[in-house]
Design a protein around this ligand. Structure first.
Ligand code: ADP
Ligand code: MG
Ligand code: MG
Length: 512
């Protein structure tokens, strides 16, 4: 495996070799569902909705330090436990929401859904998290270290496509790379297996089983709440197929905008969520698990009715993945507070982290090592320091400013920070956090996107999936697993890395 570090990887391709590889990847991706629905420019001519196209993908798996990969996987169940604990700490989340809600109506509205359900009493105590913790490799002198970009608690995507990407690269390593004229560096690649689709499905399955049979005599089901016009539908389908084949679990997809049309709450004290199959209204299912692949941003809530729909889900007896509280636990504000040490002792374990995890434990210290500097933009001493960094034309170059949003395309980078702050009333600056930009070591690769090969410097972001089922009332953790990984790669000139947002592409790791 040392060959990969010698600068000759990925191998240089002759034109004919590149053409062959591109053809193989085009066909393999479609044949194995490593696909997305086409972008609007192409989909405009697809009135029947029959077209699918290859997801953007690298021609070679990117080199990734083995120690970093193994550490990220090893600490995932600890991260799962931490976020399950945060979700249960309503007092802590109240504080977090208070910090940001003034300048953030979306968060305020989400919080309101929780308060309404709390008032009448939650009927379901179980909560399910399908999480993804994202990292970049940071080079510190001689040592390489994973640094957390963010922790996702809602709609963590690409687990379905990720398994297929690992398989694609294994296929290429076995059948294609050996045919290259300069193949030496691409033989004997260390390509770990990646069971993200099965792993995430296992989490959904655990919640489905824990829900048990309907007491109303209906068949039970899992309901995927989706966005209308979702292009990343095959990623979701892979999870559905893995789940439904794991012992005949009925799985349905329902657009978030149609919740109130096709679901009702039973008029019983347990408030079961009932789903009427639109294609055959005589079939009524009791929803055991609601899996949100929508509802994470304001775009899904254009009207008050959409908030009523979210309220209907939250107050029902279905196990929510995620609940509103779990969604809020994923706020960038929470990540910042966990990572910000006390002014008085910057070497101590931040008190917010110590609230949830023993400051002496090895686990805590392993998580701490993955934190990078994140600051509030409030009027605390640390916030004032961050404000001076954010408004300085030179200092701001090292930072990214983030609002409490998910799904990519919401952050402000470097010079854009002071400009953006000028447009926001100062009393609302605390709705954002300021984070140091992680700069991973330079790598090269080729990305196949829309049939064209883009070659050059790339930046990789590793995501590790985790599944966790717990009882919100007594904290009992019923299921806690690490569930495979995602590697996303983007051109090194691009700030954002989201595949769905059109910036990044699918990749897999070649461990070095
Ligand atoms: P979202 O929840 O919208 O995905 P992220 O915090 O993951 O928001 O930011 C989006 C992208 O921006 C990331 O995938 C990454 O490419 C880039 N990014 C975010 N934070 C950092 C950081 N601290 N250092 C380097 N890149 C970052
Ligand atoms: Mg996110
Ligand atoms: Mg992200």
């Amino acid at each position: 495996m040392s060959s990969i570090t010698q600068g000759s990887y990925p191998p240089v391709l002759q034109d004919a070799e590149r053409e062959r590889l591109v053809q193989v990847v085009k066909d393999w991706t479609v044949a194995h569902g490593l696909t997305v629905r086409p972008p609007p420019a192409i989909a405009g001519n697809d009135a029947e909705g029959i077209l699918a196209t290859s997801a953007p993908v690298t021609l070679f798996p990117s080199p990734f330090p083995k120690s970093c990969f193994e550490e990220a996987k090893a600490i995932q169940t600890t991260y799962n436990e931490l976020y399950a604990l945060i979700s249960q700490d309503e007092e802590f989340l109240t504080e977090m929401v208070k910090e940001v809600a003034g300048g953030d109506e979306f968060i305020a509205n989400l919080w309101n859904v929780h308060l309404r359900v709390k008032k009448e009493g939650y009927v379901q105590n179980l909560a399910l998290g399908l999480f993804r913790s994202d990292y970049m490799v940071h080079q510190d002198d001689a040592s390489l270290q994973i640094k957390q970009v963010e922790f996702n608690t809602i709609a963590s995507s690409f687990g379905g496509l990720s398994t297929q990407t690992s398989r694609l690269h294994k296929h290429l390593a076995q059948h294609e790379y050996p045919l290259l004229s300069s193949s030496a560096s691409a033989t004997n690649l260390d390509l770990p297996s990646n069971d993200s689709a099965a792993g995430l499905a296992a989490g959904l399955r655990a919640a489905f089983d824990a829900y048990g049979p309907s007491t109303l005599g209906h068949p039970t089901c899992v309901l995927f709440l989706t966005q209308s016009g979702e292009r990343n539908v095959f990623d979701q389908r892979h999870l559905e197929y893995a789940l439904s084949s794991s012992g005949s679990v009925p799985v349905f997809r329902l657009p978030f905008s149609e919740i109130l049309t096709h679901t009702t709450i039973a008029s019983t004290p347990t408030r079961q969520l009932l789903y009427t199959l639109p294609s055959n209204p005589s079939l009524v299912f009791e929803v055991a698990v609601v899996y949100l692949r929508a509802g994470y941003g304001p775009g899904d809530y254009p009207t008050q009715e959409a908030w009523e729909a979210r309220y209907q889900i939250e107050r029902s007896n279905a196990v929510c993945c995620p609940t509103v509280l779990t969604q809020l636990a994923g706020m960038k504000k929470v990540q910042q507070v966990l990572a910000t040490p006390e002014e008085s002792n910057t070497n101590s374990v931040p008190s917010a982290l110590a609230k949830f995890m023993s400051p002496e434990s090895e686990k805590t210290h392993r998580l701490l090592k993955t934190f990078t500097n994140i600051y509030p933009l409030d009027t605390s001493p640390s916030g004032l320091h961050a404000r001076s960094l954010a408004t300085s034309p030179t200092q701001c170059q090292k930072y990214v400013m983030k609002p409490q949003r998910e799904g990519g395309g919401n952050n402000f980078y470097r010079s854009a920070i002071p400009e953006q702050l000028k447009t926001i009333p100062e009393e609302h600056w605390n709705s954002f956090i300021l984070m140091e930009i992680i700069e991973p070591p330079a790598l090269a690769n080729s990305i196949l996107r829309s049939g064209k090969v883009e070659q050059g410097g790339v930046i990789c972001e590793l995501g590790v999936y985790g599944t966790c089922l717990w009882d919100q009332r007594n904290g009992e953790v019923k299921f806690n697993e690490e569930a495979g990984y995602l590697l996303r790669t983007k051109g090194d000139k691009s700030e954002e890395g989201g595949v769905a947002a059109g910036y990044g592409c699918m990749d897999s790791v070649a461990l070095v």
